[in-house]
Design a protein around this ligand. Structure first.
Ligand code: HEM
Ligand code: 2DC
Length: 435
């Protein structure tokens, strides 16, 4: 897309398979698009994901619902997942998992006998991310940061990766066709979703049972699922569908972003040092109050934004227009799929001067950030897991930087690969060294 924007300018039309879209790159056009999106925004609905649910007769969650059905589910979920009030209850749950990751790293360092731990952290971070999202969803720990890991939990992690991996080749082929051909790709995809739904269902049933048998405390916070069940506003099937989506959506997204963040910090030791200083000062001032502390770590928040600028999870954001919209000197008719080239925007020198430089400060400097920080999308249809993801990543980095120096071999260049979400094109090796 970056190449095509160079060739055709900031707006161009293309057809991939049977899907036609108008692609845009400028923050100003993105603003026009999102401001006209209305109350029921719709994005490109990933065809194999829809096909699986139709094939197995499973209800859609918020990810795939549309219209008023989407809106009413989404409003109920927002209160439990995205609102400022519940965020404070997530902090201790997510902080605990971050602390356990540090503990695990210490054990690994000791085992190595070399005062450091060098590894490809992909699977370690998958486990951390699943442990984190499950702690806030179910109020329970899975024990993924222990030496013995439940094989079923690992199977869930592998299933999510396989699900993404088998989605991208089917993106532009009508899934009905694949189903008729019974292609291997389609069968693997079905198997992956089956494993995801089965494992999520087990977790959900556990919480449901504990709640009915009054085995759960009604005083302290016991997680998103319990709150939704106790509220009794959504039918059980709809709760299940969206909770399953959140469990699956919470693995590869935050873990890959954290891997990129550590890689960038390893390559910029001075930024890493600055960040550590900010964290230590914030910790001192907050006197053990984590919620208070997170309010003062500006550079850390900027670091996460900067990581998502260079390494967004979603290659594009998409919306269907509902009315005529004017972009540049084009008139875009209703019902057109418009894609914001998020990856291309993040690397456009007209939008971000010296885009190749990892520079979190650019988010703190004066100057317009208008529709530039779009890593989680925008508006009522933005990422439902945004606040969980942000807190989880902030707390992970807080704990890691308090305890370790993150290093990497200087010379290795790592590119980006499309695997439905964007991921590194080769393994990243990092070293943790106790401070
Ligand atoms: C949607 C990014 C983590 C659950 C999205 C969208 C983006 C995104 C770009 C589309 C938004 C739009 O169209 O405007 C990310 C990034 C993450 C992340 C960058 C982490 C670094 C998570 C987590 C969860 C999650 C942890 C689950 C707790 C969802 C769901 C949707 C969504 C359910 C669909 C919402 C709807 O259609 O109403 N995410 N996400 N995401 N995300 Fe995330
Ligand atoms: C993929 O052309 C490329 O957050 C397509 O947590 C357009 C497109 C549409 C929707 C995007 C998708 C892309 C990438 C992955 C996203 C998805 C919306 C939500 C999803 C960005 C850019 C993701 C990863 C969710 C996934 C939840 C799921 C596992 C239940």
């Amino acid at each position: 897309m970056a190449r095509k924007f160079q060739e055709f300018g900031p707006i161009y039309r293309e057809k991939l398979g049977v899907y036609e879209s108008v692609n845009i790159i400028s923050p100003h056009d993105a603003a026009t698009l999102f401001k006209s999106e209305g109350m029921l925004p719709e994005r490109f609905s990933v065809p194999p994901w829809v096909a699986y649910r139709d094939f197995r007769n499973k209800p859609y969650g918020v990810l795939l619902k549309t219209g008023e059905a989407w809106r009413s589910d989404r409003l109920t979920l927002n209160k439990e997942v995205l609102s400022p009030q519940v965020m404070d209850s997530f902090v201790p749950l997510l902080s605990e998992v971050g602390e356990d990751f540090v503990q695990r790293a210490r054990v690994q360092i000791k085992k190595s006998g070399r005062e450091r731990w060098t590894a490809d952290f992909t699977n370690e971070l998958f486990r951390f991310a699943l442990e984190s999202v499950c702690h806030v969803l179910y109020g329970e720990r899975l024990g993924l940061l222990q030496d013995f890991v439940d094989p079923e939990a690992q199977r869930f992690i592998d299933a999510v990766t396989l699900m993404f991996h088998t989605t991208s080749p089917m993106l532009y082929i009508p899934p009905a066709l694949l189903r008729r051909l019974n292609a291997k790709m389609w069968r693997d995809h079905v198997q992956a979703w089956d494993a995801i739904f089965m494992q999520a269902d087990k977790c959900i049933q556990n919480v449901y049972r504990d709640l009915r048998l009054h085995r759960k405390s009604t005083k302290e916070y016991t997680g998103i699922l319990s709150s939704l069940l106790m509220q009794d506003k959504l039918p059980l099937d709809d709760i299940k569908a969206s909770v399953t989506e959140m469990m699956a959506g919470g693995v590869d997204t935050t873990s890959m972003t954290l891997q990129w963040a550590m890689f960038e910090l390893a390559r910029s030791p001075s930024i890493q040092e600055q960040l550590r200083a900010e964290i230590l000062a914030a910790k001192r001032d907050a006197e053990g109050d984590r919620v208070k502390m997170l309010k003062t770590i500006r550079l850390l928040k900027a670091t996460i934004k900067e990581t998502l600028r260079l390494h967004p999870v979603a290659v594009t954001l998409q919306r269907y227009t509902t009315q005529e919209v004017i972009l540049q000197d084009y008139c875009i008719p209703p019902k057109t799929l418009v894609q914001v080239g998020l990856y291309a925007m993040g690397r456009d020198p007209k939008v971000f001067p010296r885009p190749e430089q990892f520079n979190p400060e650019r988010w703190l400097a004066t100057g317009s950030k208008y529709f530039k920080g779009l890593g989680f999308g925008f508006g009522p249809r933005q990422c439902l897991g945004r606040r969980i993801a942000e807190l989880e990543m902030q707390l992970f980095l807080v704990h890691m930087l308090e305890n370790f120096k993150i290093e990497t071999k200087r010379a290795v260049e790592v590119g980006t690969k499309f695997d439905l979400i964007l991921i590194p094109d080769k393994p990243i090796h990092l070293t943790l060294r106790p401070l």
